[in-house]
Design a binder for this molecule. Structure first.
Ligand SMILES: Nc1ncnc2c1ncn2[C@@H]1O[C@H](COP(=O)(O)OP(=O)(O)O)[C@@H](O)[C@H]1O
Ligand SMILES: C=C(OP(=O)(O)O)C(=O)O
Ligand SMILES: [Mn+2]
Length: 546
């Protein structure tokens, strides 16, 4: 029998398990040898080595004429696939799932605001993937019929451990550097509202696929999607932390004094902000209980397997059931997924007011950006358009050393529309809400990566607390002319010496050279990326190196 549609696959499959309880899925995961349950109750699993991070080169969007006016096909991150090849892959994936002893179906939504929650049905043969979607995607709210996506559900097919039969796709899929055809794909069909993860076992692939889908649809509804974490203080004052992978969104937003709204994906509309997700997906590497107690407790507190469902992905695990989060042999990008409610201070509802503080996080491996600076409106737009960080090893396959990255909106791979959709929405909102914005460098100080050291988390937290509580609103600032930043001369709880990075380097010449080189990289990238764009000259002059 040939399988042609999802409905047919489900109708004729011998065992379809729908919306199981967490404990049931965990048992299937163990029975299917997908992972093992540790004494603390968490499930530990390992992916194949090519699947320990996202695979941007295998992430594609189905190209339809209707999408031409929206999608930015000039972006190196927006790779395309033709509809016919996608259809063939979809049918192949359905056929693969049809032959499995059982498939798991989970019905969830993306989006905590019932007005724009998007129903998503995940179909997979892997119990662990199903559990991951239970952790990360939200339960269907009772008012789902009011959502503007109520009758536009999304379908996500995940066959994480099966590889594409490349002999059927010669010339249709990406050729790897060694000349072979890639056997994995993460594909999105925005028109027909389909997502396909085939051959990538990294849980983040499925999560970031749904994020990219939301980021495509929402600007068309006047909602700004952001790659950020969010939390609020006792009075309900909201902070957003925007940043690329590894800059500290998840780490810094988990704070016992502030309620976590979400750790990675949010929308900002007329009513305020809303988390897209229901869980966190934290890095486990070097996690120290003293420095990151909230995340540590969420992962390792003993819970009965019945309701645990914490997923530890690619962390060294020993026969006695202990894990060693300092061991990077499997990958730098070991991860853990848990429901938000496992943290001690969370806002389960997932929504909050308009933000009063926005933090742009960057992990500068050059060690030349100040640990904290204040941005005016034009600087905010500039840094949003540039999205600078140093990409660290792990989250994307192939990155070994820190690499200067400019990724607009701190998430270019996930923001498929033309840049004006996102930039205009942010510009309008900033004007309307007069949000204060700071740039925080969570990267190196005292020298570059290799010589200097990463800024201590406790120091970063002290700076953030001061910024969010308004304690930096009335201190004196010095202008950093090279990077066009205002740097506070003092900050409660922080040794003022470290606020100006030139003071932390012993070799002043080396500092000047490195800073100048980075400023030039900014300027060159700006010219390359925005030479044909309609950018306000007042924003342009704020670019470092200009
Ligand atoms: N000063 C710092 N601020 C934030 N994170 C830091 C800092 N120093 C080291 N780190 C480490 O950097 C990583 C930040 O990763 P994470 O919070 O997962 O980032 P994101 O969620 O933005 O991808 C964590 O492993 C954290 O322990
Ligand atoms: C899960 C990811 O997000 P982040 O590193 O931003 O937490 C990822 O980029 O794969
Ligand atoms: Mn994160």
């Amino acid at each position: 029998m040939a399988i042609e549609t999802l409905n047919q696959m489900i109708a004729t499959h011998p065992e379809v398990l729908r919306n199981l309880k967490r404990a049931q899925i965990t048992r299937y995961a163990v029975d299917q040898r997908e992972g093992l349950v540790l004494p603390c109750g968490a499930l530990s699993t390992w992916t194949p080595p090519e699947s320990t991070g996202r695979s941007p080169k295998d992430t594609v969007i189905v190209r339809y004429p209707e999408l031409e006016e929206h999608i930015d096909w000039t972006s190196p991150n927006n790779l395309s696939i033709d509809p016919e090849t996608f259809h063939r892959l979809w049918i192949d994936a359905l056929t693969v799932l049809w032959k499995k002893p059982r498939v798991y179906v989970t019905d969830r939504v993306i989006g905590a605001d019932p007005q724009y929650a998007m129903p998503v049905q995940t179909v997979t043969d892997f119990a662990l993937t199903s559990l991951f979607t239970m952790n990360m995607f939200r339960p269907v709210p009772s008012k789902i019929d009011k959502s503007l996506f109520a009758d536009k559900p999304f379908t996500l097919l995940v066959a994480p451990y099966d590889k594409i039969d490349t002999s059927r796709y010669e010339g249709r899929l990406r050729k790897r550097e060694d000349g072979t055809t890639s056997d994995m794909i993460i594909a999105m069909d925005f028109k027909n509202r389909l997502g396909l993860v085939y051959g990538s076992a990294y849980c983040g692939s499925a999560k970031k696929l749904m994020f990219t889908a939301m980021n495509y649809y929402l600007p068309h509804e006047n909602i700004l999607p952001l790659h950020c974490s969010a939390n609020e203080d006792h009075q309900g004052n909201v902070s957003l932390f925007l940043g690329l992978s590894g800059t500290g969104k998840t780490t810094l937003s988990a704070d016992k004094n502030r309620s976590l709204i979400g750790d990675d994906e949010h929308g900002w509309d007329e009513n305020g902000i809303a988390n897209f997700e229901h869980g966190c997906y934290a890095k486990l590497i070097d996690l120290e209980p003293e420095k990151e107690p909230e995340i540590y407790k969420a992962v390792f507190s003993h819970r009965e397997i019945e309701e645990n469902g914490v997923i530890i992905e690619n962390c060294m695990t020993y026969p006695n059931g202990t894990v060693d989060q300092f061991d990077a042999r499997l990958t730098q990008n070991s991860r853990v997924s848990y429901p938000l409610r496992y943290l001690s201070n969370v806002k389960i509802k997932g929504t909050g007011r308009h933000p009063s503080t926005i933090i742009f996080l960057t992990a500068d491996a050059n060690g030349v950006l100040p640990p904290i600076s204040r941005l005016n409106a034009e600087q905010t737009m500039l840094w949003f358009l540039m999205g600078y960080t140093s990409k660290l090893a792990g989250t994307e396959t192939g990155i070994k050393e820190p690499q200067t990255t400019f990724s607009r909106f701190f998430g270019q791979p996930f923001m498929a529309n033309k840049p004006s959709y996102y930039a205009n929405l942010l510009g309008r909102k900033m004007k309307q809400h007069k949000t204060r914005v700071f740039l925080v460098n969570t990267g190196w100080s005292g020298g570059p990566y290799g010589t200097g050291s990463r800024i201590d988390i406790t120091q970063t937290r002290a700076m953030l607390d001061a910024a969010m509580e308004g304690q930096l609103d009335n201190v004196s600032y010095t202008e950093n002319k090279r990077f066009h930043l205002s740097v506070p001369d003092s900050c409660p709880g922080v040794n003022a010496e470290i606020l100006h990075p030139e003071n932390t380097w012993s070799d002043k010449n080396a500092f000047e050279q490195r800073a100048e080189a980075l400023a030039r990289e900014f300027s060159d990238y700006f010219d390359q990326a925005y030479s044909n764009a309609d950018i306000d000259p007042a924003v342009r002059v704020q670019c470092p190196g200009k």
